[in-house]
Design a protein around this ligand. Sequence first.
Ligand SMILES: [Zn+2]
Length: 226
Amino acid sequence: MTAIHRTLVAVLSIAGILVVVTEARQAAHTAPQSTPTPDAVLAELKTGNEHHVAKQYKHPNATAARQQELAAGQHPHATVLACADSRVPPEMVFDQGLGDLFVVRVAGNVAADDELASIEYAAEHLNVPLVVVLGHQKCGAVTAAVEGGEAHGHLPALVTLLQPAVVKSKDMPGDRVANAVRANVELVVAQLASSQPILAELVGKGKVRVVGGVYSLDTGRVDWLH
Ligand SMILES: [Zn+2]
């Protein structure tokens, strides 16, 4: 082997190693992260909510590097079904960052087919282990359902979905709206956990947990219903 040949072999060897290393790095970069347990995620959300209550945010996963990393794929660790109310933004309430929460928002945090489909997608295709149904104090949609009266536009469809909570809570002592908010969260949690064909099976296998909470506009604290 001539000197030129030896040099060529050495260069090709180094190039080969670089290719292998680069491919290994790319594989590590794009490989799905291991899925945390539902309880571990819930504990993290509880901690994040304490940050929000104290207004001492950590603002995790808010860097440009995180944003670029997420372009390769998302691995959120919780789905949150929350009200559309502007005072209850899930990423702030739980001090979470880019790519952390798969958020579904609709007035009254109800689950019709569109919401169910989104939650199923996250559970089945993104392996999200925790679903949080998040109601809140003084919810306008729940108030409208409790008060009855004439609803305009497309609101009657929404109010109809909240009727079971109004019925369930109507004889409870205390504030009617607060009771209905809580009852609605409990009903939606039960609905999701027993939803066929996808969520009930995942819940049965212990791969997904569905929990509920009610957010206080006064304190910023989530009162967990379990
Ligand atoms: Zn609301």
